[in-house]
Ligand binder design. Structure first.
Ligand code: HEM
Length: 404
């Protein structure tokens, strides 16, 4: 890697071409606390080893979340930020109070209902694919996972759930020309995409005000933090957090997971022969895909790590995708192994912001792969899958399959 010039982790081409694997191996070995220059004279720190990433997740007093999890800060402008309003972009003590209010919307009884809905949708989609001898797994099967989850969590119908998935997919794919017109200023594009989603939530909030239920929106309408109700905008931000948090991640993980099984046929045969290996296989799919490649923090004071001084106010990125391939934690990290143990991957993050939707995602993925294994079918890629242009979410947006 040396001599290849400075590594730029904002370069989506690096991820599209798969060259990030080599770049991260080089960073872990030579510059684990790396300053990534930006063209505008600013920049950010990149932590890439397992121990540094886990350390930063746990040191939430040193590394705050109020600048948002994604590089580039607020989606709109300095005056209109998700910081302190959206769960993922809130620090203690408010974060604890807000998470407590949101938790019932993703707690065990709700997860069980999500399971029942997802099972129905997945059964139908897999049956259809088997009958047709194939399908685009990315758009016809994997998206049924978030659809089922949204139907239950937000209390909406199937068509609305898919409409919302299309909206959030455009937002997460804001750098991808197949989702949005990538001309013009990025910030304005994001603002516009966010406004579209807020409009959807605004209708939903109005409906739930008239007719409350036991869904996330009704819960947020009743919620109080520090004796104060949430504002309308705070409700939108937290609906957005759950929608973006859940829509792309579980379905993209399913795509990358199945692709890994197709490309490692001996691992797939092991699973077919012993489906009881599935829980471990799902952990390996999560590690392998590292769908949420990084999260961003901001240093709240000067801090030293690995002989490098990080200054208060600096942006710091925690690269799950690199930590999950750190050989010191995962021997033979480059091998996809459905029996890997231990497998303490960081795909759901760690510490106070650890994913609140993890139990739902685990169940969604288990139901889907359980169903696929039950068909006894083998799958073949009908064409090269299409990757999402992003350095934040590792997605596959098209994956036509043949069932053999
Ligand atoms: C495979 C699927 C998933 C992956 C890989 C994933 C990944 C993550 C990660 C890495 C974080 C930590 C963010 C940070 O530390 O800044 C997180 C937080 C979060 N996730 Fe997930 N997620 C998944 C599924 C879901 C689902 C299904 C939902 C909701 C239905 C969801 C909602 C959230 C929310 C609301 C947060 C913020 C939690 C907090 O700040 O305390 N996620 N997720």
């Amino acid at each position: 890697m040396s001599g290849a010039g400075p590594i730029d982790l904002t370069d989506t081409e690096l991820f599209l071409t798969g060259k990030h694997t080599e770049a991260f191996a080089w960073l872990r070995a030579t510059e684990p606390v790396y300053w990534n220059h930006a063209t505008d004279g600013t920049g950010f720190w990149a932590l890439t080893t397992y121990s540094d990433v886990l350390w930063a997740y746990r040191e939430h007093a040193l590394f705050g979340s109020e600048r948002g999890a994604i590089l580039g800060g607020s989606f709109r402008s300095a005056e209109d930020t998700a910081g302190g309003r959206m769960l993922v972009a809130t620090d203690l003590p408010r974060h604890r109070l807000l998470k407590r209010e949101i938790h019932p919307a993703l707690a065990a009884p709700v997860v069980a209902r999500i399971g029942a809905t997802v099972r129905e949708l997945v059964d139908r989609a897999v049956e259809r694919a088997v009958a047709h001898g194939g399908a685009d797994f990315a758009t016809e099967i994997a998206t049924e996972l978030p659809a089922g989850a949204l139907m239950v969590v937000m209390g909406i119908g199937y068509d609305d759930a898919h409409h919302l998935i299309r909206l959030t997919r455009r937002m997460v794919g804001f750098q991808d020309e197949s989702f949005v017109d990538t001309g013009g200023e990025q910030r304005l594009r994001l603002a516009w995409l966010q406004a579209e989603i807020f409009e959807f939530f605004s209708d939903l909030v109005a409906t739930r005000r008239r007719q409350p239920g036991d869904d996330l929106i009704s819960l947020l309408l009743r919620a109080e933090v520090n004796g104060r109700r949430l504002t309308e905008e705070e409700i939108y931000y937290n609906c957005l957090n759950v929608a973006v948090g859940g829509n792309e991640t579980s379905s993209y993980t399913a795509c990358t997971g199945l692709r890994a099984l197709i490309e490692h046929p001996t691992e797939y045969e092991r699973l077919l022969a012993a489906p009881q290996l599935l829980p471990g296989a799902i952990e390996e799919m999560l590690r392998w895909s590292s769908t949420n490649a990084y999260v961003q923090r901001v240093a709240k004071q000067d801090v030293e790590r690995g002989g490098v001084r990080i200054r208060e106010g600096d942006s710091v990125t925690l690269w799950n995708i690199s930590a999950n391939h750190d050989e010191t934690q995962f021997p033979e990290a480059h091998r996809f192994d459905v029996t890997r143990t231990p497998n303490r991957h960081l795909s759901y993050g760690a510490g106070i912001h650890r994913c609140i939707g993890a139990p739902a995602a685990q169940l969604e993925l288990s139901l889907l792969f359980d169903r696929l294994l039950a068909t006894g079918a083998r799958f073949r890629l009908a064409e090269e899958p299409r990757r999402l242009r992003s350095n934040f979410i590792m997605g596959i947006t098209r994956m036509p399959l043949e069932i053999v």
